[in-house]
Design a binder for this molecule. Structure first.
Ligand SMILES: [Ca+2]
Ligand SMILES: [Ca+2]
Ligand SMILES: [Ca+2]
Ligand SMILES: [Ca+2]
Length: 465
C-alpha cells in the first residue's frame, strides 16, 4: 500500500522583496535544515515510535505503536518505510489510540541472532481487580488472570514467530541485556509501572525479581566487568542475577531518568533524576547532587571536549506557580564533577520540555541536544504557542530549530499539537536526523549543511599508476 508523502518540500527558495519597486531577487539564504519526509499516518499515528530495519533491506524503517490510553494495552503496530509506505500492520489502527502517557513495551532487535530483526511487544495479562491511578490510568491489579506474554513478530511480515509467558504485571517497558554471560544482549529485563522488575532469560524463564522503587526505563551496563549486565533503577543497583548491590531509601519517590556511563578511565557514573539530579558511583556512594524541582531527563555525552570526556545535560521540569500554570523547564549542563557549566531557561509554556542527545554535526558521537515540547502546553498565562524544537550545542547555543511538518491541509489544531521527537541516523550521511511523531503525523529533518570531511589526496587522470 502506498502512502502519500512529500520529500524535500521545504528546501530554501529565493527570497523576494515585496517593496513598491520591481521585485528584486536576493541571494537565497542557505537552509540549514532539510525536510526529508512527511508521513501521513492517517489512523495509525502514535506517540510511540521505534526505528530499525523491518523489511530486511538494511535501511532503517519506522514502527508506530498504538495503545489504549488509560490501560496501555498495545492495539496496533504499523511498520512503514521512512517515506511512509505501510509495510505491514499487526492489530487494528484507531486514531484515538495514538496518545500515550507512559512508556510502552515494544522494541525492534535481532533478538534471536539470525541476522534479521524481530519486533517484540508485551501482550497484557487480564486485569481482574485493577487499581486506577488518577481516575484513568490502569497500572496494576490486585489480581490478574493468566500471564502476560512477550510476543515476537517477524519484522519483515509482522507475523508472529513465537510467544512466551512473562510475569503478569510486567507490562511497562522492557529492555535487552546480557544477564547470563552469553556475549550478546539476548536476555530481557521486564517491569511493571513502578514496583517490580524481573530478569528473564532468552529462553523465557524468569531468573529473578526485585521489588522496590524501580521508576521508569532503567539503565544498564557491565559495571563490574564480569561480562554480564547490571541494572540500575535509580535507588538501587542490581547485579546480573538480581542481587542487590546497593539500595537507598526512596522515601516513596522514583527515578524519572537513569543513565549509566563509563568514563574513559574505566570508572562508572550512575545518574538519576527525581526531585534532583544525583550522580553515584557503583558502590552507591553519592558523588554529587543538585536539588532541582523535577529532573526529568539526564543524558551523558562529550558535549564540551574542552571540559573533559563527559558532561551531563539535565532537564528540570517547570514547577507550579502560585498564580496557576507552571514555570518553563530549564536545561542544565554539568561537568563530570557536577559543576554547573551553564543553564538555559526554555520559552514560556515549556514546563514539559524533553530532550534527546544527537550527533547533528557528524562528530561520530552525540555532541548536541534536541529539546522539544517548548511552549504550547497551556501551562502559562496567557497560553504560549508551541515553539520550534531547538538543537543546543555544548556551549548552550541554539544551532538549529526544527518544527514538525504535516501534509498540506491539516487543521491548525493538528499542526500545533504537542509531539514527541527522537534522534536517529535514518537517512543520508552519518549525521543523526530528527524525527517528530504523534497521533497526527510524523516528519523527518536532516542537517542541510555540508558535512565536514577534510581530505588530502592526489588527484590523477591515470589511476593505477
Ligand atoms: Ca528497511
Ligand atoms: Ca532475528
Ligand atoms: Ca557485570
Ligand atoms: Ca543521517
Amino acid at each position: 500500500m502506498r502512502m502519500p508523502f512529500v520529500v524535500g518540500a521545504l528546501a530554501a527558495g529565493l527570497s523576494v522583496s515585496l517593496g513598491a519597486a520591481e521585485p528584486v531577487e536576493k541571494p537565497a539564504m542557505a537552509a540549514t535544515t532539510h525536510l526529508v519526509s512527511i508521513l501521513d499516518t492517517r489512523d495509525f499515528g502514535a506517540e510511540n515510535l521505534h526505528v530499525g530495519d523491518l523489511n530486511g533491506d538494511g535501511a532503517p524503517d519506522l514502527l508506530f505503536v498504538q495503545s489504549v490510553f488509560g490501560t496501555r494495552e498495545i492495539t496496533c503496530l504499523t511498520a512503514t518505510s521512512l517515506s511512509g509506505e505501510v509495510l505491514w500492520q499487526h492489530g487494528t489502527p484507531a486514531p484515538d489510540n495514538g496518545r500515550i502517557y507512559s512508556d510502552l513495551p515494544a522494541q525492534i532487535y535481532d533478538w534471536d541472532g539470525d541476522g534479521r530483526n524481530e519486533v517484540l511487544f508485551v501482550q497484557q495479562a487480564t486485569y481482574i481487580e485493577p487499581y486506577l491511578a488518577g481516575g484513568y490510568a490502569r497500572e496494576r491489579a490486585a489480581r490478574y488472570a493468566g500471564d502476560a506474554f512477550m510476543v515476537v513478530l517477524d519484522a519483515s511480515t509482522g507475523k508472529e514467530k513465537r510467544r512466551f509467558a512473562i510475569p503478569a504485571p510486567a507490562d511497562d517497558c522492557f529492555l535487552f541485556a546480557d544477564l547470563t554471560g552469553r556475549g550478546r544482549r539476548q536476555d530481557l529485563v521486564v517491569k511493571d509501572r513502578y514496583w517490580n522488575i524481573w530478569g528473564v532469560a532468552a529462553e523465557g524463564q524468569t531468573l529473578w525479581q526485585y521489588t522496590g522503587s524501580v521508576g521508569h526505563f532503567p539503565a544498564y551496563g557491565d559495571v563490574d566487568g564480569d561480562g554480564r549486565d547490571e541494572v540500575f533503577v535509580g535507588y538501587a543497583l542490581l547485579d546480573h542475577d538480581g542481587k542487590v548491590l546497593f539500595e537507598h531509601d526512596s522515601g516513596g519517590a522514583h527515578q524519572d531518568a537513569a543513565y549509566a556511563v563509563q568514563a574513559p578511565d574505566g570508572s562508572w557514573r550512575l545518574l538519576f533524576g527525581n526531585g534532583g539530579i544525583h550522580c553515584l558511583q557503583p558502590d552507591g556512594k553519592e558523588l554529587w547532587h543538585h536539588p532541582l524541582r523535577e529532573a526529568q531527563h539526564v543524558v551523558a555525552g562529550r558535549f564540551r571536549p574542552d571540559l573533559g570526556p563527559l558532561q551531563f545535560m539535565v532537564i528540570d521540569r517547570g514547577q507550579g506557580l502560585p498564580a496557576g500554570g507552571r514555570a518553563p523547564a530549564t536545561l542544565y549542563l554539568y561537568d563530570l564533577d557536577g559543576r554547573e557549566v551553564w543553564r538555559r531557561e526554555q520559552p514560556v509554556g515549556s514546563c514539559f520540555a524533553a530532550c534527546v542527545a544527537l550527533d547533528w554535526s557528524g562528530y561520530g558521537e552525540a555532541r548536541e541536544l534536541l529539546i522539544y515540547n517548548r511552549g504550547g502546553t497551556g501551562e502559562s498565562q496567557p497560553p504560549a504557542p508551541l515553539q520550534p524544537a531547538a538543537i543546543y550545542d555544548g556551549w548552550g547555543t541554539v544551532v538549529d530549530s526544527v518544527s514538525p511538518a504535516y501534509p498540506a491541509g491539516r487543521p491548525a489544531a493538528d499542526q500545533t499539537a504537542q509531539v514527541y521527537a527522537l534522534a536517529a541516523n535514518v537517512w543520508g550521511d552519518r549525521r543523526d536526523e530528527v524525527l517528530f511523531f504523534g497521533p497526527r503525523g510524523a516528519s523527518v529533518w536532516a542537517n542541510a549543511r555540508p558535512l565536514a570531511i577534510p581530505r588530502l589526496y592526489n588527484q590523477t587522470y591515470y589511476p593505477g599508476m
